[in-house]
Design a protein around this ligand. Structure first.
Ligand code: PXP
Length: 239
């Protein structure tokens, strides 16, 4: 099964914000990513708007032609934004407002009633909902219980362990993915995926629907150019 590459363009906004003007132009970069082969565009607005701004998300929704995925913590402002824009997918992330990056998945048991109510509202608006999760069986089961269609496996720990022990790094992800598929959940993945570890992950999780990749892809683009880099990442995902 082909796995879609969704490019997270938050880093492009970070670069733009460093100078205050509109260079690089995030809309143009999103459209160029699509032209170069990205099958989706991901953004992660945070309350302080230090990367992508809420106004960028509104403009991107009008411009993006591939799958638009909005990630974030479901506070009131985020929910209002996504209900208004109705992107193809919303990925809910349990971020504290000031974390540097998303480094934890949901405890779907502790947060069951909160998540159930958010998921009900988003699904009623026709949005596919994915939950960012560590590869833990109870949390996968909890994701099913709150009625999402997908989970996004948080791959930070995989990426950290992969260089020293490939087999061990993938084990919990294979188990969680098998279980998720068995109970009817689709699977995405993201965080710290790169040109070294992506192919191995995809080979061991054949049901993988989509990866969202930002940091490493944008860093690689400094050396290889955006078009080549997107092609290189897509090649890691081909069957
Ligand atoms: N998925 C989620 C939920 C994220 O928060 C992030 C980072 O914003 C990513 C994927 C992409 O991670 P990376 O930038 O390490 O590729």
């Amino acid at each position: 099964m082909a796995t879609r590459l969704s490019v997270n363009i938050n880093k492009i906004a970070t670069l733009r914000n460093a100078r205050g003007g509109n260079l690089p132009d995030v809309i143009k970069v999103a459209l160029d990513c699509e032209r170069f082969g990205a099958e989706g565009i991901t953004v992660h607005p945070r309350p302080d708007e230090r990367h992508i701004k809420y106004s960028d998300v509104v403009e991107l929704k009008k411009a993006v032609n591939t799958e638009f995925n909005i990630e974030g913590y479901p506070d009131e402002r985020f929910i209002e934004l996504v209900l208004k824009l109705k992107p193809a997918q919303v990925t809910l992330v349990p971020d504290e407002p000031n974390v540097l990056t998303s480094n934890e998945g949901w405890d779907t048991i502790k947060n069951q009633s909160f998540l159930s109510s958010v998921v009900t509202d988003l699904r009623a608006a026709g949005i596919r909902v994915s939950l960012f999760l560590n590869p833990v069986m109870e949390f996968v089961e909890g994701a099913k219980a709150v009625n999402v269609q997908r989970i996004e496996l948080f791959t930070g720990r995989y990426a950290a362990l992969y260089p020293e022990n490939e087999e061990k790094s993938i084990e919990p992800y294979v188990a969680a993915a098998d279980f998720a598929s068995e109970i009817g959940l689709e699977i995405n993945a993201g965080h710290d995926l790169n040109l070294q570890n992506l192919k191995f992950f995809k080979q061991h999780i054949p049901a993988l629907k989509e990866v969202s990749i930002g940091h490493s892809l944008i860093c690689d683009a400094l050396y290889y150019g955006l078009e080549n880099t997107i092609q290189l990442y897509r090649r890691q995902l081909s069957d």
